[in-house]
Design a protein around this ligand. Structure first.
Ligand SMILES: O=C(O)CCC(=O)C(=O)O
Length: 325
């Protein structure tokens, strides 16, 4: 597909699926690396490896510099690419029971004072997902989407969070379709595309997304591993970051030390200093930038991540985002 075709497909469908972007060998190598790393994680729940831990695992962080992924991102988003290193590996994030769809940008309606950028036809912000197993109905392995649902936001009809909750989410719920991803596929999807984790018919009711209960029900060879991070046209990342700061203050500061704090984890990382030199070099060659706070700005987030010393940050705000400086 030409760059023009890929960009058109992304705009029309809200996503682009790169079939077989990773070889079977690449998938096997990453999958083999993950269980011992997860075993050593002290954070709970053990379903999420956060940005800081991901940067210690070469087969994981090297994905950000994967030539096929960068090439596709560039074709879709243009030359001025920026990554937001909200890098995470999710393990067995498989819901049971109520499983409403969500949009990755939905919190921006609540936390950002002005969310009109979301209806700008040129706004480009997406998530990259690398799937390390097939998406099946028994143990799941990927996501369901509402095809072309991103247009509900993009055309201005999604004007409030309340409207989303009361009307649109119900409509999306009825039209969700399993996306038939295979191990090694990479999905690049618009932050406005409705999606949810695919449910698994083999798992019982004690498999909760936000705890470790039930994870043992999934045999390791069928374990669901997905690597995600964000990518934007340079400049369009600022809104996501502003929202993340507000969410971290409001939601993550209340969690105990050692709990899941993905936003504090990546906000506390300074690029390029805190990154593996091998990754920095590759991204430099490819011309991919990485969003980062300065050391001075990042340190309080690092402290909040490591020591739970987030009181000062939490007190700074009532949870409402301010426009980024
Ligand atoms: O289960 C998955 O892979 C998707 C999780 C999800 O919806 C998200 O991270 O936004």
């Amino acid at each position: 597909m030409t760059a023009e075709d890929l960009r058109k497909a992304f705009k029309r469908d809200g996503y682009v699926l790169l079939r077989g972007a990773l070889s079977a060998q690449e998938v096997a190598e990453i999958r083999a690396t993950l269980p011992p790393v997860y075993d050593k994680l002290t954070l709970t729940p053990k379903r999420y490896m956060q940005a800081r831990e991901c940067l210690a695992v070469p087969p994981v962080y090297r994905l950000m510099a994967h030539p096929k992924i960068i090439e596709a991102c560039r074709r879709i988003l243009g030359e001025d690419l920026v990554y937001v290193n909200d890098l995470v590996v999710q393990r067995n994030v498989i819901p049971v029971g109520d499983n409403p769809p969500h949009l990755d940008c939905q919190a921006e309606f609540r936390f950002n004072r002005d969310s009109r950028y979301l209806v700008d036809p040129n706004f480009l912000f997406a998530k990259v997902g690398v799937y390390l197993q097939d998406n099946t109905e028994d143990y799941a392995g990927g996501i369901d989407i509402y095809p072309r649902g991103h247009r509900w936001v993009g055309n201005g009809l999604f004007f409030s969070y309340q409207f989303y909750k009361r009307v649109l989410r119900r409509m999306f719920d009825r039209g969700m379709k399993l996306l038939d991803t295979k191990a090694g596929d990479v999905l690049i999807f618009d932050s406005r595309l409705p999606h949810r984790s695919t449910a698994a018919t083999k798992l019982g009711q004690n498999n909760y997304q936000d705890s470790d209960d039930g994870a043992a029900e999934v045999p390791e060879e069928r374990a669901k591993y997905v690597v995600y991070w964000e990518v934007a046209r340079q400049g369009d990342e600022v809104h996501f970051v502003a929202c993340n700061k507000a969410r971290a203050r409001k939601e993550e500061m209340k969690r105990p030390v050692g709990a899941y704090r993905p936003r504090c984890s990546y906000l506390g990382l300074v690029y390029p200093d805190d990154y593996p030199p091998e990754l920095v070099e590759k991204l430099d060659v490819e011309g991919v930038k990485v969003f980062s706070l300065t050391r001075e700005e990042a340190d309080p987030w690092l402290a909040a991540f490591k020591e739970g010393a987030g009181e000062a940050l939490a007190a700074e705000s009532d949870g409402k985002a301010v426009p980024p400086q």
